[in-house]
Design a protein around this ligand. Sequence first.
Ligand SMILES: [Zn+2]
Length: 313
Amino acid sequence: MSIVNTVLGPRESSELGFTLSHEHILLSSAGIEDTFPEFIDKEFAIEEGIRQLSEAKAEGVDTIIDLSTMDLGRNVRVIEEVAKGSGVNVVVATGTWLDIPRSFAASSPDEIAPLYVREITTGIQGTGIKAGVIKVANEPEVSEAGEIILRAAARAHQRTNVPIYTHTMAKNRVGERQIEIFTDEGIDLNRVCIGHSNDSTDIGYLTGLMDKGAWLGLDRYPGQGVTWQERTEVLFKLIQAGYGTRMMLSHDWSVAATMMTKQRLTERPLTNPDNYLFITRNVLPMLTELGASQGQIDALMVDNPKHFWDGGS
Ligand SMILES: [Zn+2]
C-alpha cells in the first residue's frame, strides 16, 4: 500500500478504484492564463468537467490521472473544482510535455529535477496541491531537450518515489529510447508507464517494452489512425499472451482544449460521444465478447493502477 497525492489530498492507493490512467480536463498553453485569461473559458471547463465526470462516476469511474503539465496550461484550481463537484479523484502531474521551455533546454537535469520534486513535496503554484505522477513527452523522437527532461524526471522519481508516465510517438518506437535513458539513470522500470502505446499495433514493440519491465499505457480511445476495435483486438492478444497485469487503459480525453482547432473540437464528440465513458461502454464490452474475464478487466482498470503506484506487481 502506498499514499498517492490527489488534488483533494493524499489517498491510499487501494482507494483509487476504477482508474483511467491518462486524461485531461482543461488543455491550454503555458502562460496564457496569466497573460490572456479571456482566451480560456474556465467556467465552461469547470461546469462541463463536473457534468462529464459526474456521469462517469455514476457509471463506475473512481479516479482519473490528469496528465496536464505546466506547458499544457495545467490549472490545478480548475481541477480541484471539478474533483469536488464530481466526486472523482484526480491525480495531477508535474513534469513537462512537448512544449519544453527553452529555459529548460538550456539547463541540466539536476537543475530541473528539484522543480518537479517541489511540486510533489510542497505543492503547485503556491496552492499546496501536490503532484502524484511525473509526466514526460517525446515526439517525433527523443530530442536533445527531451533527453534533459527524461533525465530530470528520472532523478525526481528517485527522490520522491512518485511514478513516471510518458507520452510517446509509438509508431517511431519512442518508448524504446525512453527506456534506454531511464535504464541509464538506473531507475526501476516497474515505476514507468510508456504511454500512447495503443497508437501502435506492433505486438513485438509492445511486448518488448513490457519484457524490459515497463508498464504500457493503452491510453488513446477511440484514438485516431488505428480504429478502437483494432486497438482492443491488440489489447486482447496481449492479455492472452500473459501481459494483462502490465497495462492500463485510458482515453486521453479533455472537456476543453484551446490547442485544438474549432473543427477538431466539433468533430470530436462525433467519434467519442461517451467522453470519459468510451472504454466502459464500448471497449470493456468488446473485451468480454472476445473472451476476457471480469478478473482480467479488473486487473486493467483497478489492480494495475494501484500496483503502478505501489511498485508491486
Ligand atoms: Zn494527454
